[in-house]
Design a binder for this molecule. Structure first.
Ligand code: URA
Length: 434
């Protein structure tokens, strides 16, 4: 078999067979297909797509491209969660401990932020001492003993996704639906849980801006899960504006702690509760979605989830005192306020622009491996639909380097739009799929 023939086939819009897909994944991971040829192949997929069968074969070949996790020694119902990527999306830091309090077991492999979206691993690393590079043994034993752990994706697990994702990012092919489906689902399959919930974002700050395409993405993931015997449900959630009120690593940890303490209500909390309820419904713990919602609400309000978060931080070497005193998290040297230009309602708060502004301040990276600043970011005082008075703060920028501040300020100001009358807020949870 020659890769060039497969490339020509896809360029011409023909269907590949499972052996051909298995060949190209294996050879690429082994370094036998150069990036320039794979780049052309990804672009051919971007324009000619893959049908459902081809996407499923690609997913399975990718899932089998490296090590897999064996969760069989862990008792109980094991679950996982994945987000398609957002801004101010700190759900995992709240959901993982919350899920563990319900008796479900959750081991989550997470990634770093790339592009304008944040990453759970960068956020956790802003907690002094917190270890994200655990051995498989330490990861499994934490799930066994405490019911939860979050660690960084290892290079051995689904290496095909790691190599392809990086190349997609550099070749403008991230947004292809079959490539996103295979990327997400190969990682979930290789981790071997019993149930998975997906948070598929749609709107200005999401990779998939359009609701119909987000539904198509979710449907593809749920169907592939079913075909391999994995229980998958998905929520399509709004990413027109940032989910929480903080964007930036230590700021988002602080925000998660506020939700766990019951000090912050709002969209971030609501999405977390709903995703948790989906997992409970998949398991024997809840007979209906309402029951799942009630359990999640109770475990969060009672402070039990905060206790589990503390256990996870301690267990992974982090300083648990940050929970009682969030000033022990990395703090920026400077903080500037942006005031409202008029007395009006917020009618737009562009998540993509806020994500970009946080990156300009140093919270994210524009290419893999770049250093980030855990302390910087943006705190939003006003969100969509809220009323503002002229001069009242709409956001605060936390910065360490003045050179980026002016540009970030402009981007944040331009991300907001105001009007005399409130616009209808986009619905937060747009669809559920199972
Ligand atoms: N998240 C993933 O894991 N993969 C993608 O391709 C996009 C979002």
């Amino acid at each position: 078999m020659r890769f060039i023939d497969l490339l020509l086939k896809k360029r011409n819009g023909d269907k590949l067979d499972p052996k051909e897909i298995e060949f190209l994944v294996r050879e690429y991971v082994a370094g036998k297909i150069p990036d320039y040829q794979m780049s052309a192949f990804l672009m051919a997929i971007y324009f000619n797509s893959l049908d459902h069968e081809e996407t499923a074969w690609l997913t399975e070949s990718m899932a089998a491209s490296g090590d897999t996790l064996d969760l069989s020694r862990i008792d109980g119902f094991k679950v996982d969660k994945h987000s398609s990527g957002g801004v101010g999306d700190t759900v995992s830091l709240i959901l993982v401990p919350l899920v563990a309090t319900t008796g479900l077991k959750i081991g989550k492999l997470s990634g770093r932020g790339l592009g304008h979206t944040g990453g759970t691993i960068d956020k956790l690393e802003s907690i002094p001492g917190f270890q994200v590079d655990l051995s498989n043994e330490d990861f499994l034993s934490a799930i066994e003993k405490e019911g939860l752990s979050i660690m960084e994706h290892t290079e051995e697990l689904v290496p095909a996704d790691q190599k392809l994702y990086e190349l997609r990012d550099l070749t403008g092919t991230v947004e292809s639906l079959p490539l996103i489906i295979s990327s997400i689902m190969s990682k979930k399959i290789a981790c071997g849980p019993d149930g998975v919930v997906l948070d598929i974002k749609t709107g200005k700050g999401a990779f998939i801006k359009d609701l119909d395409r987000a539904v198509e993405l979710a449907r593809g993931c749920v169907d592939i899960g079913e075909e391999v015997g994995l229980n998958v449900s998905a929520l399509i959630t709004d990413m027109n504006q940032p989910l929480g009120r903080a964007v930036g690593n230590a700021l988002e940890v602080e925000q998660a702690i506020k939700v766990l303490k019951g000090e912050a209500k709002g969209d971030l909390r609501k999405v977390t509760i709903n995703l948790t309820a989906e997992l409970l419904l998949q398991s024997p713990k809840a007979a209906s979605l309402e029951e799942g919602l009630e359990i999640a609400e109770e475990k969060l309000s009672s402070g039990e989830a905060l206790g589990k978060f503390r256990t996870m931080v301690e267990n992974q070497g982090g300083n648990p005192e940050i929970i009682d005193d969030t000033n022990l998290l990395p703090r920026s040297e400077g903080k500037v306020e942006i005031g409202a230009p008029s007395s009006d309602y917020v009618t737009e708060l562009d998540a993509l622009e806020i994500g970009k502004a946080a990156n300009i301040l140093g919270a994210g990276r524009s290419k893999k491996g770049e250093e980030i600043d855990p302390a910087v970011g943006i705190e939003l005082n006003k969100k969509l639909g809220e009323e503002v008075q002229n001069g009242e703060p709409i956001a605060w920028l936390h910065y360490n380097d003045r050179r980026q501040l002016e540009e970030a300020k402009h981007v944040v100001k331009d991300a907001f739009m105001f009007s005399e009358s409130p616009l209808e807020k986009p619905s937060l949870i747009k669809k559920r799929l199972r």
